[in-house]
Write a protein that binds this ligand. Structure first.
Ligand code: PHE
Length: 455
């Protein structure tokens, strides 16, 4: 069996922690609030939650079933299940997407390091107005060298963990820190919701204005559901491949999905009340979270301490996600190309640095990348939409077809039930994965492509 040499989670709990580590990250705390703000709030949130249940959870299980059955990286896994076919290209698209996401994600992750440093040096101790906060953010992102260095440091951290191997590196990092992050988020949410005017933010988040729903909002919500759950590129295939044979897989997968979604909603409950309380516009783009948060630490008892703890945990949450992104790429080169894990980690992480530079320069560092080719969108946001929404949706729709029709639902269920634990919702899951998910994704994606409204 391949598992002994490839490593394995120490048990179901180890998997839940590691997979939550992949799922929970900047997607929940940075991407969810700013995308919700750009797409009108409640209507987006409702669609997002719907997509998590109808598409996200079924896909988590589909990816995990492939990974567990084959104990391989996405390309090798699909090849094993469908030898001689063109399907392994789906795995290759996933590896490429992991690379593409890592190349902009590490830039944002670098920003969290700067905020951690700022918190440590007491910058958030006094009162911070939205203007001061926006200025702090702008002066960091528009310093080209600083932005590149922060991104580079973050990539090195990622490489160091990934080269150490899966269970040793990833699990240990997540075990203590995930629960801590949850506690800090709850404290901040309570603080934010009780700010004068805070309830307006809660209403914004949970009162859907149905007139705001259109295909572009649907696309964003779908992309967000996939991105947040690390779906559509094989991260869950890879993580499922280390899942112990005797544990209940569907249950573990569903727990991860709920945990991830809960953290996103919690992040929304921090950002939106605070934003309404201090008078910041919800559609502030990728800087939204970074600008809003510093304004709330001051009013909090021991605010300086909370600021440090929050940014430290945010950086770690981002790290457990970048680890999974790089792990997909590295696992492919280790399994398929027989590269040494250490060599693969440094070469692939190093190449990622090169393609991340334009994204690091896209928030003021270089006018060309800030308004990319005059398209009215910065290079980083463009990467975010291309890889995060489109590439993941294409991967997801193909994966549904592969699992639902080519490999086949009976075999997938067999893999989900390999531990002997019955999966009670297997009938419902079959219908979702064969019909509902692929059709829904294809309609949204098809409409956007057909009408040319990419971003
Ligand atoms: N899910 C991660 C987050 O929300 C990002 C990610 C996407 C990680 C795809 C792996 C694969 O931050």
């Amino acid at each position: 069996m391949a598992s002994a040499s490839r490593g394995q989670w120490s048990g179901k709990m180890g998997f839940i922690l590691a997979a939550s580590g992949s799922a929970i990250g900047l997607g929940n705390i940075w991407r969810f609030p700013y995308t919700a703000g750009e797409n009108g709030g409640g209507a987006f949130v409702l669609l997002y939650l719907m997509f998590v249940v109808l598409i996200g959870i079924p896909l988590v299980l589909a990816e995990l079933s492939v990974g567990r059955k084959t104990e391989l990286n996405p390309v090798g896994a699909i090849e094993k299940l469908s030898p001689g076919s063109k399907w392994p290209w789906l795995g290759r698209l996933g590896v490429l997407t992991g690379f593409g996401i890592l190349a902009f994600y590490s830039v944002i992750a670098g920003w969290t390091l700067w905020y951690l440093w700022a918190a440590l040096s007491g910058k958030f101790a006094g009162e911070i107005t939205p203007e001061i906060s926006a200025q702090m953010f702008g002066s960091m992102t528009s310093d080209p060298l600083l932005a590149i260095m922060l991104m580079a440091v973050f990539l090195v951290l990622t490489i160091v963990v990934v080269q150490g191997g899966v269970s040793a590196g990833i699990e240990r990092t997540t075990k203590i820190l995930m629960p801590l992050l949850l506690v800090i988020l709850i404290v901040l949410a309570v603080r934010s919701v009780t700010l004068p005017g805070g309830m307006e933010g809660v209403a914004y988040l949970f009162t859907p204005d149905f007139s705001k729903i259109n295909f572009s909002v649907m696309m964003s919500a779908l992309g967000q559901a996939l991105f947040s759950l690390s779906l559509g590129m094989g991260a869950m295939i890879t993580y499922g491949s280390y899942f112990p044979k005797d544990e209940n897989l569907p249950q573990a997968g569903i727990i991860v999905a709920f945990f991830d979604t809960g953290i996103a909603v919690l992040a929304g409950l921090i950002i939106f009340p605070a934003l309404f309380a201090v008078g910041i516009e919800p559609n502030g783009g990728p800087g939204l979270v970074f600008v809003v948060l510093p304004t709330i630490f001051n009013g909090l008892p021991a605010g300086g301490f909370f600021a440090v703890a929050f940014y430290a945990l945010l950086a770690i949450a981002a790290l457990t996600s970048t680890i999974s992104l790089l792990e997909v790429v590295v696992a492919y080169f280790v399994d398929e190309k027989k590269w040494d894990r250490k060599k693969a980690s440094w070469i692939l992480g190093g190449s990622c640095f090169v393609i991340a530079v334009p994204s690091a320069l896209a928030s003021g560092g270089s006018p060309f990348f800030t308004n990319f080719m005059g398209l009215g969108i910065d290079f980083l946001s463009l990467q975010n939409v291309l890889w995060g929404n489109y590439s993941l949706s294409i991967g997801a729709v193909m994966l549904c077809i592969f699992v639902g029709w080519t490999w086949g639902v009976p075999k997938a269920i067999e893999s989900l039930e390999a531990s002997g634990h019955k999966f009670p919702a297997s009938g419902l899951w079959s219908i979702l994965i064969k019909y509902v998910c692929p059709i829904a994704i294809a309609i949204v994606l098809g409409y956007i492509i057909w009408t040319g409204q990419y971003f």
